[in-house]
Design a protein around this ligand. Structure first.
Ligand code: PLP
Length: 366
């Protein structure tokens, strides 16, 4: 199965500012972009402010201190870490390095939107494999591998489903991919995945020259505005990604903020703990409203709404927006019956549940 052409990925960032809701100026509750409502560590905020006093100085183009700090935090060789302007830049660089027109880039059915976009940008063909229960199936993915497959992208956990596959399955996927295929494990939500059978896949890089793991500071670290991601891979692939990335790709403020954030692991632990509690609370509340959330391990939930009714996902998103609450439709993924809802602070989640309660209380005219 080849995927349909992806529409341009234009996140609703413009909506996240304070805007007029109805007749009252009111702060919008933005649960649409999987950002962290818990914000960033005070240490990171202080470090970024401090670096603003030296704006005339260029950043270190090699992000040396940041790579050392990541290496120390994760017990990794800094020489094999490449930092990027968000992990998004790194995914893009990987596409430009390893695929071109006539090649195929493979991922599973409801994978992160950037994967088909990377394929289209380099003129490669995006190919997708069937999922079961909105979860990657390793065997159907492997069945789609051909001589033309150059990259396999796996978001684990995935966005927009929030589901993951166990580390043994990721290992099996790696072990069964031909050596000519670059295997990218996008672990953007790794910090949140509080389940025994999960791994970000870093251990799968060892001994292989075709495996690359990407991580980000945009989610649990709450540094989305800074745009800092990183990749860990073999020495030779790290060299290739380094030569292709932008020279000053991670700005100085971002480097300082991310280094300081790594110095506050308790903050990230707190964010993940509270997110997990809120995820459980929300799942229960949604169930009591008659709505099912896909069981996920991230900072968002994919929630199913009744099809073809005035309680549909499309109607719900409009109603919530009128209440000043933004969530994400996933029509562009072909999931018209679902909404993706970021897990926010408790009061934000409560407001969203209250909004849905009122919405579902409206008479259903079918
Ligand atoms: C699965 C996945 N990978 C990567 C990214 C991009 O993250 P970054 O902010 O590091 O570019 C996102 C952002 O939402 C994501 O959901």
């Amino acid at each position: 199965m080849q995927t349909k052409k992806p529409v341009a990925y234009i996140p609703s960032i413009g909506k996240t500012v304070v805007k007029k809701v109805g007749t009252r100026p009111e702060k919008v509750i933005d649960l649409s972009l999987n950002e962290s409502s818990f914000g960033a560590s005070e240490l990171a905020l202080r470090a970024t402010r401090e670096r603003c006093n030296r704006l005339f100085r260029y950043p270190d183009p090699a992000s040396t201190d940041l790579r050392n700090a990541i290496g120390q935090a994760h017990d990794l060789d800094p020489e094999r870490i490449v930092c990027g302007n968000g992990s998004e830049e790194l995914l893009d660089v990987i596409g430009r390095l390893y695929a071109r027109s006539g090649d195929e880039i493979l991922f599973s059915e409801y994978s992160f939107m950037q994967f088909p976009i990377v394929a289209m940008r380099v003129g490669a063909t995006p190919v997708s494999s069937r999922e079961e229960n909105l979860t990657t199936v390793v065997d159907t993915l492997l069945d789609k591998v051909t001589d033309r497959t150059k990259i396999v992208f796996l978001a684990n956990p995935n966005n927009p489903s929030g589901t993951h596959i166990p580390k043994d399955e990721v290992r099996r996927l790696r072990d069964n991919l031909p050596a000519h295929v670059v295997f990218v494990i996008d672990s953007a939500y790794a910090e949140y995945a509080d389940v025994e059978d999960y791994s970000d896949g870093i251990e799968l890089v060892e001994g292989f020259d075709n495996v690359i793991v990407t991580r980000t500071f945009s989610k649990a670290y709450g540094l989305a505005a800074l745009r800092v991601g990183w990749a860990y891979t073999s020495p030779s692939m790290a060299g290739e990604v380094n030569r292709m990335r932008g020279i000053g790709n991670v700005n100085a403020i971002a480097q300082e903020g991310a280094i300081a954030a790594l110095g506050d692991p308790d903050f990230v632990k707190m964010v993940c703990q509270r997110t997990s509690e809120e995820r459980q609370w929300l799942t229960g509340k949604l169930a009591s409203l008659g709505l099912t959330a896909v069981p996920g391990v991230t900072n968002f939930l994919l929630v199913r709404f009744p099809a073809k009714s005035n309680h549909s996902a499309g109607a719900a998103i409009g109603y919530l927006e009128k209440c000043g609450i933004l969530v994400r439709d996933v029509d562009d993924y072909g999931l018209e019956e679902y909404l993706r809802i970021t897990i926010g602070l408790h009061e934000e989640n409560q407001a969203m549940i209250d909004g849905l309660d009122k919405f579902l209380g409206l008479p259903d005219v079918g």
